[in-house]
Design a protein around this ligand. Sequence first.
Ligand SMILES: Nc1nc2c(ncn2[C@@H]2O[C@H](COP(=O)(O)OP(=O)(O)O)[C@@H](O)[C@H]2O)c(=O)[nH]1
Ligand SMILES: [Mg+2]
Length: 371
Amino acid sequence: MPSTNPFRAIKPIPFADELFTISHNTVMKTSIRGTATSAKSVPLLRKSRKKEAARIELLSRELRERLFRIVEDFPTLQDGHIPDFYIEILDLSFSIDKIRQTLGSLSGSADLVWKIKREYLGTVWHANSVLATKDLRRAAFGRMESVIKKLKSRLEFLESVRREMRLMPGIDFEQPTFCIAGYPNVGKSSLVNGVTSATPEIGAYPFTTKEATVGHLEIPVYASSSHKKPLTHIPCQIVDTPGILDRPLDERNEIELRALAALKTLAAAIVFIFDFTQQEAINAQLNLFNQIINEFPEVPLLLLFGKADLLSHEDTNSLEAFWKENFSTYEFNLVTMNDPSSIHSRLEHFFKTNQNQITTIMRQQNILAED
Ligand SMILES: Nc1nc2c(ncn2[C@@H]2O[C@H](COP(=O)(O)OP(=O)(O)O)[C@@H](O)[C@H]2O)c(=O)[nH]1
Ligand SMILES: [Mg+2]
């Protein structure tokens, strides 16, 4: 499964003094044609002018290239370049404006290095002693170094963004994503583990102290109900973000509320799990359910009643009666998480009956292109 976390492609960002030192050493090691001491026919001063001018030129080029590489390596933070989800998460954790300004100041510094080069090249060519050419080159290098050193905290900031963002689990934005909601202990993690084909990827979202899990599954699609062999399989992912979709809204802090907003750019469908063995938390679960359907009014929702193996026959009957009376728009699916095949078939059926809506939502999220 390709990782589509765009932050994993960014190369480590060097410290300012490292960036300067490496560039400087590269330049000083480069031999410059026509300036060798063996070229006796050329006067010493001309050789020296040529050599120092070339070094100034080379260092400015080296620094500019390194700065531009950092800027270009960073994902483009404009609408439509990377999925809205990453924009939201990035803004939530670091502020998009600050990142933009920082990248802008790197480009600005690259231009400044260029100006310094132009300023000194002219004077080196008119220097009237070998010593003067060397002094001018050193002065030019010194000014370029101070431009780079001023970027110290900015480069460190970008490196901290890269480091945190790359820990996020990879999400494939071309695939439909099921987000799991439900009170703690209802079986969310068991569901991800049960339906996932490979070991789910666990990663950190910068905004939460808990770890998010992304599992992958393939949902078969049949040409018609009479077909036994699936036409194709649609890869989907299932995401569990502890702390975000498992508590009533009024208990969430500002960051969690914004994380919820980020999930809205990702969820093509929601799987809500109820656990009626948690007698003391039934009202809280109903409350959470109502909040989730209000928060995600357009997103298709699959309802699962878990831990069926722990419920008596009478419990199940009264639960079903209660449900049909109050929430008849949602199917009543009784499951146990240790029976992944039954859950798989619920997901499959749900996917089939909601495919159009899921596709529409992915288009709205800019995940799928318009036809
Ligand atoms: N008997 C039974 N136990 C379950 C079922 N689903 C989950 N559990 C158990 O319930 C506990 C909480 O499950 P977990 O998946 O960690 O819930 P989460 O907090 O929502 O992620 C664990 O001990 C699971 O083994 C189920 O369908 N039947
Ligand atoms: Mg869990």
